[in-house]
Design a protein around this ligand. Structure first.
Ligand code: HEM
Length: 149
Protein backbone atom coordinates (compact mmCIF):
# COMPACT_ATOMS: atom_id res chain seq x y z
CA UNK A 1 0.00 0.00 0.00
CA UNK A 2 1.35 3.46 -0.90
CA UNK A 3 1.21 6.45 1.48
CA UNK A 4 -1.28 8.13 -0.90
CA UNK A 5 -3.58 5.10 -0.68
CA UNK A 6 -3.42 5.17 3.14
CA UNK A 7 -4.23 8.92 3.11
CA UNK A 8 -7.16 8.25 0.75
CA UNK A 9 -8.56 5.54 3.10
CA UNK A 10 -8.32 7.94 6.08
CA UNK A 11 -9.90 10.71 3.93
CA UNK A 12 -12.82 8.40 3.01
CA UNK A 13 -13.34 7.26 6.63
CA UNK A 14 -13.40 10.89 7.79
CA UNK A 15 -15.77 11.82 4.92
CA UNK A 16 -18.15 9.00 6.01
CA UNK A 17 -18.26 10.43 9.54
CA UNK A 18 -18.60 14.08 8.45
CA UNK A 19 -21.15 13.63 5.64
CA UNK A 20 -22.94 10.66 7.28
CA UNK A 21 -23.35 12.50 10.60
CA UNK A 22 -24.76 15.60 8.90
CA UNK A 23 -27.12 13.55 6.72
CA UNK A 24 -28.52 11.76 9.81
CA UNK A 25 -28.87 15.11 11.57
CA UNK A 26 -30.65 16.67 8.56
CA UNK A 27 -32.88 13.72 7.70
CA UNK A 28 -33.76 12.27 11.11
CA UNK A 29 -33.11 14.68 14.00
CA UNK A 30 -33.76 18.08 12.43
CA UNK A 31 -37.27 17.29 11.08
CA UNK A 32 -38.23 15.83 14.49
CA UNK A 33 -36.87 18.92 16.32
CA UNK A 34 -38.83 21.23 13.98
CA UNK A 35 -42.02 19.17 14.27
CA UNK A 36 -41.88 19.04 18.08
CA UNK A 37 -40.41 22.56 18.27
CA UNK A 38 -37.76 21.11 20.61
CA UNK A 39 -34.19 22.53 20.34
CA UNK A 40 -32.90 19.94 22.86
CA UNK A 41 -33.08 17.26 20.15
CA UNK A 42 -30.43 19.23 18.18
CA UNK A 43 -28.35 20.14 21.27
CA UNK A 44 -28.23 16.50 22.43
CA UNK A 45 -27.15 15.32 18.98
CA UNK A 46 -24.48 18.07 18.75
CA UNK A 47 -23.05 17.07 22.17
CA UNK A 48 -22.68 13.43 21.09
CA UNK A 49 -21.47 14.18 17.56
CA UNK A 50 -19.05 17.12 18.03
CA UNK A 51 -16.21 15.10 19.67
CA UNK A 52 -15.99 12.83 16.60
CA UNK A 53 -17.26 15.24 13.92
CA UNK A 54 -14.62 17.93 14.52
CA UNK A 55 -11.60 15.53 14.46
CA UNK A 56 -13.10 14.00 11.27
CA UNK A 57 -13.19 17.44 9.59
CA UNK A 58 -9.61 18.11 10.73
CA UNK A 59 -8.53 14.73 9.30
CA UNK A 60 -10.29 15.56 5.98
CA UNK A 61 -8.32 18.81 5.73
CA UNK A 62 -4.93 17.29 6.64
CA UNK A 63 -5.27 14.21 4.36
CA UNK A 64 -6.88 16.30 1.55
CA UNK A 65 -4.11 18.92 1.49
CA UNK A 66 -1.47 16.17 1.77
CA UNK A 67 -2.95 14.33 -1.24
CA UNK A 68 -3.19 17.62 -3.18
CA UNK A 69 0.56 18.14 -2.54
CA UNK A 70 1.16 14.58 -3.71
CA UNK A 71 -0.59 15.53 -6.98
CA UNK A 72 1.91 18.43 -7.26
CA UNK A 73 -0.62 21.10 -6.26
CA UNK A 74 1.28 23.22 -3.74
CA UNK A 75 -0.08 26.32 -1.96
CA UNK A 76 0.94 28.65 -4.82
CA UNK A 77 -1.24 26.62 -7.26
CA UNK A 78 -4.33 26.78 -5.10
CA UNK A 79 -7.05 29.00 -6.50
CA UNK A 80 -5.29 29.07 -9.89
CA UNK A 81 -8.09 26.96 -11.45
CA UNK A 82 -5.68 25.87 -14.21
CA UNK A 83 -5.86 22.06 -14.35
CA UNK A 84 -8.90 19.81 -13.92
CA UNK A 85 -7.68 18.61 -10.52
CA UNK A 86 -6.56 22.15 -9.55
CA UNK A 87 -10.08 23.32 -10.28
CA UNK A 88 -11.60 20.68 -7.97
CA UNK A 89 -9.10 21.39 -5.16
CA UNK A 90 -9.76 25.14 -5.43
CA UNK A 91 -13.55 24.68 -5.28
CA UNK A 92 -13.14 22.25 -2.35
CA UNK A 93 -11.05 24.83 -0.46
CA UNK A 94 -13.67 27.56 -1.08
CA UNK A 95 -16.43 25.21 0.15
CA UNK A 96 -14.23 24.39 3.17
CA UNK A 97 -14.04 28.12 4.04
CA UNK A 98 -17.81 28.34 3.63
CA UNK A 99 -18.21 25.37 6.02
CA UNK A 100 -16.01 27.20 8.56
CA UNK A 101 -18.10 30.36 8.19
CA UNK A 102 -21.35 28.45 8.88
CA UNK A 103 -19.77 26.41 11.73
CA UNK A 104 -18.26 29.45 13.48
CA UNK A 105 -21.46 31.46 13.10
CA UNK A 106 -23.54 28.54 14.46
CA UNK A 107 -21.11 27.75 17.31
CA UNK A 108 -20.76 31.31 18.63
CA UNK A 109 -23.95 33.11 17.58
CA UNK A 110 -26.75 30.54 17.20
CA UNK A 111 -26.06 27.53 19.49
CA UNK A 112 -25.37 29.58 22.70
CA UNK A 113 -28.90 31.03 22.49
CA UNK A 114 -30.56 28.02 20.80
CA UNK A 115 -34.26 28.03 21.63
CA UNK A 116 -37.69 27.51 20.08
CA UNK A 117 -37.30 31.00 18.55
CA UNK A 118 -34.14 30.48 16.49
CA UNK A 119 -34.59 26.80 15.61
CA UNK A 120 -35.25 27.72 11.95
CA UNK A 121 -31.98 29.72 11.80
CA UNK A 122 -30.16 26.64 13.13
CA UNK A 123 -31.96 24.49 10.52
CA UNK A 124 -30.57 26.70 7.71
CA UNK A 125 -27.02 26.19 9.05
CA UNK A 126 -27.46 22.41 9.36
CA UNK A 127 -28.90 21.98 5.85
CA UNK A 128 -26.22 24.28 4.34
CA UNK A 129 -23.32 22.35 5.96
CA UNK A 130 -24.90 19.03 4.86
CA UNK A 131 -25.37 20.15 1.23
CA UNK A 132 -21.80 21.53 1.14
CA UNK A 133 -20.49 18.22 2.59
CA UNK A 134 -22.28 16.20 -0.12
CA UNK A 135 -20.92 18.62 -2.77
CA UNK A 136 -17.35 18.10 -1.42
CA UNK A 137 -17.86 14.34 -1.67
CA UNK A 138 -19.13 14.54 -5.26
CA UNK A 139 -16.25 16.88 -6.22
CA UNK A 140 -13.76 14.46 -4.60
CA UNK A 141 -15.13 11.57 -6.65
CA UNK A 142 -14.32 13.45 -9.92
CA UNK A 143 -10.58 13.60 -9.14
CA UNK A 144 -9.89 10.00 -10.23
CA UNK A 145 -11.34 10.98 -13.65
CA UNK A 146 -9.03 14.00 -13.93
CA UNK A 147 -11.19 16.57 -12.15
CA UNK A 148 -13.51 19.04 -13.87
CA UNK A 149 -12.61 21.14 -16.91
C1 HEM B 1 -16.11 17.90 3.85
C2 HEM B 1 -14.91 17.76 3.35
C3 HEM B 1 -14.51 16.72 2.33
C4 HEM B 1 -15.17 15.61 1.88
C5 HEM B 1 -16.54 15.09 2.29
C6 HEM B 1 -14.31 14.96 0.90
C7 HEM B 1 -14.62 13.79 0.22
C8 HEM B 1 -13.84 13.18 -0.72
C9 HEM B 1 -14.18 11.99 -1.46
C10 HEM B 1 -15.46 11.17 -1.31
C11 HEM B 1 -13.17 11.71 -2.32
C12 HEM B 1 -13.17 10.60 -3.35
C13 HEM B 1 -12.04 9.62 -3.28
C14 HEM B 1 -12.14 8.56 -4.37
O1 HEM B 1 -12.32 8.90 -5.55
O2 HEM B 1 -12.02 7.40 -4.05
C15 HEM B 1 -12.17 12.74 -2.11
C16 HEM B 1 -10.96 12.82 -2.80
C17 HEM B 1 -10.04 13.80 -2.63
N1 HEM B 1 -10.11 14.90 -1.80
FE1 HEM B 1 -11.62 15.30 -0.49
N2 HEM B 1 -13.14 15.69 0.77
C18 HEM B 1 -13.23 16.77 1.63
C19 HEM B 1 -12.27 17.76 1.81
C20 HEM B 1 -11.11 17.87 1.10
C21 HEM B 1 -10.15 18.94 1.23
C22 HEM B 1 -10.24 20.11 2.20
C23 HEM B 1 -9.15 18.69 0.35
C24 HEM B 1 -7.88 19.49 0.08
C25 HEM B 1 -7.87 20.65 -0.38
C26 HEM B 1 -9.47 17.46 -0.34
C27 HEM B 1 -8.69 16.86 -1.32
C28 HEM B 1 -8.98 15.67 -1.96
C29 HEM B 1 -8.11 15.01 -2.93
C30 HEM B 1 -6.74 15.52 -3.41
C31 HEM B 1 -8.79 13.84 -3.34
C32 HEM B 1 -8.31 12.83 -4.41
C33 HEM B 1 -7.59 11.65 -3.83
C34 HEM B 1 -7.33 10.60 -4.86
O3 HEM B 1 -8.18 10.28 -5.69
O4 HEM B 1 -6.20 10.10 -4.86
N3 HEM B 1 -10.67 16.99 0.15
N4 HEM B 1 -12.60 13.64 -1.14
Amino acid sequence: MTLHHLLLILHLLAASIWVGGHLILSIRFLPRALKQNDPDIISNFEKQYEPIGMPALLLLIVTGIWMAYDFGLKVNHWFSFLSGIGMVISIKLILLLLTFAFAIHARFFVIPKLSKHNLKEMAVHIVAVTVIGVAMLILGSTIRYGGIH
